[in-house]
Design a protein around this ligand. Structure first.
Ligand SMILES: Cc1ncc(COP(=O)(O)OP(=O)(O)O)c(N)n1
Ligand SMILES: Cc1ncsc1CCOP(=O)(O)O
Ligand SMILES: [Mg+2]
Length: 207
């Protein structure tokens, strides 16, 4: 079994972004060590999500990388992804586990130890933990939990913790010291002038 990826790239499908170009750049650097989470805007059609997931899944398969799908687990199944990610407004973790089956990777969002433990008991195999820091990529989030919040969840989780929100290469040493297994990013790669170079920086900080 391949080790659980430390670098998770979440696709950025906001207008004017080129998610596949960023995925290709990140895979060129991190290869099989990368997880790509296909995430589309809430308004996106299932057909658009399916088309993007199909292409990301093919890129990942070629590189030996992990492919996950956010929220829309039927699309994860339809494209043969490795798993999915759910949060508070999505299917409950135990239902997501039933949908994906016993062997799939299943991520759940958590921001404190009690919900983290409940998610793991319900079948989550990793936790997306945050917002670690402030982010401009997603609206409506609660206040950042900071390094202390990440450490509290990591200490209680018993599964890999992937810190999310506002993650930069410079912040990775603190997050790792707090017990995070890895990080998930959107802006650090999608907003970078050179996504290959930006991936290299994140990747070096994670090794
Ligand atoms: C790795 C990771 N962690 C957290 C999230 C957020 O999921 P969720 O809370 O369901 O919010 P949306 O991404 O669906 O808007 C994530 N996607 N990935
Ligand atoms: C999907 C999501 N959920 C919590 S923060 C976030 C986006 C994080 O994006 P960035 O890495 O640009 O801060
Ligand atoms: Mg969600």
């Amino acid at each position: 079994m391949r080790p659980f990826p430390r670098l998770h790239l979440i696709t950025d499908t906001r207008p004017g972004r080129d998610p596949l170009a960023v995925v290709a750049a990140a895979l060129a650097v991190a290869g099989a060590g990368l997880a790509v989470q296909v995430r589309v805007e809430d308004e996106a059609t299932d057909r658009d999500a399916y088309d993007l997931a199909t292409r990301v899944r093919a890129f990942c398969a070629e590189a030996g990388a992990t492919c996950l799908v956010n929220d829309r687990l039927h699309i994860a199944l339809a494209v043969g992804a490795d798993g999915g990610h759910v949060g508070a407004l999505d299917l409950p973790v135990e239902a997501a586990r039933r949908v994906l089956g016993p062997r799939a990777i299943l991520g759940a969002t958590a921001r404190e130890p009690a919900s983290a433990k409940a998610a793991v008991d319900a079948g989550a195999t990793y936790l997306g933990v945050g917002p670690a820091y402030a982010t401009t990529t997603k609206d409506g989030l609660p206040p950042p939990i900071g390094i202390e919040g990440v450490a509290a969840v990591a200490g209680a989780a018993g599964v890999p913790v992937i810190a999310i929100a506002g993650v930069t290469a410079e912040r990775i040493p603190d997050l790792r010291a707090a017990g995070a297994h890895g990080v998930a990013v959107i802006g650090a790669l999608s907003g970078a002038p050179d996504p290959v170079e930006a991936t290299r920086k994140l990747w070096d900080a994670l090794r």
